[in-house]
Design a binder for this molecule. Structure first.
Ligand code: SF4
Ligand code: FES
Length: 246
């Protein structure tokens, strides 16, 4: 079938307004959007900018807006975004991150917030030469959060970042939750002062847009609300107020 890829083109280094450019491509219904992009750069227009690496939904580098919704180009089949007779598929870069070129965004602000929550193991106890044994139940508490591939789809879809660009964002809270709920880690003790800030967890209003777009089906809003509850409990135990509403 024939589809028209309507791709947002821009090159901020060279200036000029962003514009939509149309490319007609012959595709199979089971082809991925990424297949068509690779065809275009190899055969039609080598200047088209987009990012990809694994092409199998693992690295998170080809997240973009496809017909207005954040998705991975390598996991989106044409049959999921156009009807049997074909049609137009609009491709735009993620929101809330500066565009580098066409569909490529500068992920630095996203990763800066991600790093701020200490997304690494901070052991509770000194190593003894033995394993830190975990029960299946303990592992289940943070299993979901380990699935994140840092694609920034949630960051783009989050309506809070429209009005508050300083909000730490859903993915950083998911990363924090991964370690906060790990019985071997110092957890919230190590991260509460980062999360309990006016721009930490509190701006989230549970719009569920992050949960809707996450290609790993992580229940992000649930994890954010769980983290808020854990912070409230920890602050109450210390006789302190949280930064909620400040
Ligand atoms: S939480 Fe989901 S949408 Fe957000 S960065 Fe991780 S994988 Fe992507
Ligand atoms: S290219 Fe790696 S997730 Fe799509």
């Amino acid at each position: 079938m024939k589809v028209t890829l309507s791709i947002q083109r821009s090159d901020p280094e060279r200036g000029g307004e962003a514009r939509l450019e149309n490319y007609d491509v012959e595709v199979k219904r089971t082809d991925r959007v990424l297949d068509a992009l690779m065809y275009l750069t190899r055969n039609v227009d080598g200047t088209l900018g987009y990012r990809r690496s694994c092409a199998h939904g693992v690295c998170g580098s080809d997240a973009m807006r496809i017909n207005g919704a954040e998705r991975l180009a390598c996991k989106t089949l044409f049959k999921d975004v156009v009807d049997r007779s074909g049609g137009t598929v609009t491709l735009e870069p993620l929101r809330h991150l500066p565009v580098q070129k066409d569909l490529m965004v500068d992920q630095s602000p996203f990763f800066e917030k991600f790093r701020s929550v200490k997304p690494y193991f901070v052991p509770k106890a000194e190593p003894t030469g033995k394993e830190f044994v975990q029960s299946q139940e303990e592992r289940a508490l943070f299993d979901e959060a380990t699935k994140c591939i840092n694609c920034a789809a949630c960051y783009s879809a989050c309506p809070i970042l429209d009005k508050n660009p300083k909000f730490i964002g859903p993915a950083a809270i998911v990363q924090a939750a991964r370690f906060v709920n790990d019985s071997r880690d110092k957890g919230l003790d190590e991260r509460i002062d980062i999360l309990d800030q006016p721009d930490g967890v509190w701006p989230c209003e549970s719009h569920f847009e992050c949960t809707r777009v996450c290609p790993r089906d992580i229940k992000i809003t649930k994890l954010i609300n769980l983290t808020k509850r854990q912070i409230k409990k920890a602050r109450a135990a210390d006789g302190r107020e949280t930064a909620e509403g400040k």
